[in-house]
Design a protein around this ligand. Sequence first.
Ligand SMILES: Nc1ncnc2c1ncn2[C@@H]1O[C@H](COP(=O)(O)OP(=O)(O)O)[C@@H](O)[C@H]1O
Ligand SMILES: [Mg+2]
Length: 229
Amino acid sequence: MTTVKLEEELHSNTRRTRITYRGLVDGRVAAIKCYRKPLFGLVHWIRALRRGKKIRRVGGPVPPTVYAGWIAELTCFGFATEFLTGYRPMRELLRETDDRDEQIQLIKRLGECIADLHKKGIEQPDCNLTNFLMGADGQIRMVDEDDVRVHRAGLREGVALSNLSNLGARLPPGELPLVLHQAYLEAFGDAGSGIRLDVKEFESQVSEKKQQLRKKRTARDAAPDREYD
Ligand SMILES: Nc1ncnc2c1ncn2[C@@H]1O[C@H](COP(=O)(O)OP(=O)(O)O)[C@@H](O)[C@H]1O
Ligand SMILES: [Mg+2]
């Protein structure tokens, strides 16, 4: 039988129906996401499991799954992935530097990462910058697989554009969203024949999505304009 030990809470949603812990699975450090909502928790857990399998089948940049099952300590189902030791959320990395070149390098890596996801048919609709973690070697891994979609026939251009704009909307307006767009197109290379992702359309979707995010934050009483949020 697998032993699961929860050690430290990392993050939870406001209603605390989904809590992520750092913990140990048979002694191995893991990030353990617990689905606590009665009944629906089970539905979400099953969905996470199915999606997790699909993402790994197409070679998505996610940490390996170490456990999926009952968490006795919290009496709910949980999904655990290998803990990304030494990795840091892109939001933190971007917030802590004022150096323009460093910011640009980080955004370029992010653009390449999204191009790679899209090439594999993966769409991460939750483009929160805490869902992308970077290692010391510059590798980016994605977490928060609950809402991820895998398009077997590849992403349609409209979906790709909307997805990239969603991420662009988390960046301060101006140069950085354009750096993201450019890095994405370059990384897509030949695989992107057919995908143009018009820059004007991208910019217009970025500002539209920025408005939506602002509204959401105001509704939640959060500070309206936090950087990289
Ligand atoms: N495998 C992992 N290794 C290290 N940290 C992780 C891992 N998985 C998640 N985290 C951290 O926990 C946070 C919450 O996990 P996430 O799956 O994004 O939950 P939520 O749906 O609540 O946003 C992430 O933003 C990330 O900082
Ligand atoms: Mg998340």
